[in-house]
Design a protein around this ligand. Structure first.
Ligand code: PLP
Length: 391
């Protein structure tokens, strides 16, 4: 069935005692679970799929979220987290040890860049950044100590799209685990497991939950054995998803395919008109023919996504003036929600990168990032036009 149907009905097979069952997933707001037998409790401690014991190890509402996202991504198992950073840190800490080598995409979300720098500085893990448009660059840099290749399906904020199939195949040949942050594409536009990825991570805070009202993260595993290797470490880390947060995320999921369609349509209109505007010097949206990743974006994505970034003729001052002048769009840090948001990555989401790293990642001092929401695109464009006038 199409993902539009699966997103609505993914929860149907939920186990329910008795004849009837709630249409909505119950919120099991309990930190611990009671047993009648000491043996049963001891046995339940064995792993992630047994009876519920303690909500840091597993919770019924959270498990529905894990199963639903795993199904939408085409993965075998998942672990839900308190945030996207919880998912990314949890997976990397579980997979890496001192002496290991990591290859990571050159343009990455700033928080991920910060985790990788921290791993390098404090744990003796070597991190190198690689141009992911061509798998040959991975082949050139991979070593026997390389354990992880970390990618983003649509890089934040440049819209760069990696050669997922080529890179994942090369990584597999070298026994390297490919981790793909799919937050900006969502499983509606790309399912990295279908291209050979081993782990798919999400900030569910973004498109999956979609309403700017909850933080969350999830890691989906192509192979359940890898989930079993990672799970004990994430239980120790304690960045587990809260049942109510999981419920809010589940509340958003059925409309994900509809929202993504509207995000993509709005972003297309905004990107095309920005590209023709006299005050705009450059626009990044991966489904535009002059984007450096256009060919790969057409190959691995089924839409251009909702994030557009652009530079104004007036540089940094103009970019910052623009984000203060918008009225329909809001000046706020996140992305992927129903409302259009604008930010200035160099001073916010990517402030961890110094000038050189910003330039290498393709982020300008004045680049504006716009997460196009689901408003009517013409209303958005009128707002952008008036904000450009004063920028
Ligand atoms: C691509 C990407 N990955 C991960 C994160 C971190 O997610 P969270 O804020 O839910 O921890 C973000 C947040 O902006 C992001 O854009």
């Amino acid at each position: 069935m199409d993902i539009q149907t699966r997103a609505v009905h993914a929860l149907r097979d939920d186990p329910a005692p008795g004849g009837s069952r709630p249409l909505s997933v119950p919120i099991v707001q309990s930190s611990a679970f009671a047993f009648d037998s000491a043996d049963a409790l001891a046995e339940a401690m064995a792993g992630p799929d047994g009876p519920y014991v303690y909500s840091r190890r597993g919770n019924p509402t959270v498990r529905v979220l894990e199963r639903t996202v795993a199904a939408l991504e085409g993965g075998a198992a998942a672990i839900a987290f308190a945030s996207g950073m919880g998912a990314i840190s949890g997976v990397l800490l579980a997979l890496l040890r001192p002496g290991d080598h990591v290859l990571a995409q050159r343009c990455l979300y700033g928080g991920t860049y910060a985790v990788l720098s921290d791993l390098a500085g404090r744990y003796g893990i070597e991190v190198e950044y690689v141009d992911t448009q061509d798998a040959a660059d991975f082949e050139r840099l991979v070593r026997p100590a390389t354990r992880v290749l970390h990618l983003e399906t649509i890089a934040n904020p440049t819209g760069q799209v990696p050669d997922l199939p080529g890179l994942a195949a090369a990584a597999r040949r070298h026994g390297v685990v490919t981790v793909v942050d799919n937050s900006l594409a969502s499983p509606v536009l790309c399912r990295p497991v279908e291209h050979g990825a081993d782990v798919v991570v999400h900030s569910t805070t973004k498109y999956l939950a979609g309403h700017s009202d909850v933080l969350g993260g999830v890691a989906v595993f192509a192979d359940p054995e890898l989930r079993d290797r990672v799970w004990p470490r994430t239980v120790e880390l304690g960045a587990s998803a809260d049942p109510f947060a999981a419920w809010l995320t589940l509340r958003g999921l059925p409309s994900l395919p509809l929202r993504m369609r509207q995000h993509c349509a709005g972003a297309r209109l905004v990107a095309q008109r920005l590209a023709e505007h006299e005050r705009v010097t450059g626009v990044s949206w991966p489904w535009m023919a002059d984007h450096p990743s256009y060919r790969l974006a057409r190959q691995v994505l089924s839409g251009g996504g909702g994030m557009v970034s652009f530079d104004l003729a007036g540089g940094r001052a103009a970019g910052r003036a623009f984000i203060e002048r918008v009225r329909v769009a809001r000046l706020a840090l996140s992305l992927g929600g129903v409302e259009t948001l604008v930010t200035h990555p160099a001073s916010t989401s990517h402030r961890e990168l110094d000038g050189q790293a910003l330039a290498a990642a393709g982020i300008g001092a004045g680049t504006v990032r716009m997460s196009v929401g689901i408003e009517h695109p013409e209303d958005l464009w009128s707002d952008i036009e008036q904000a450009l006038e004063g920028s």
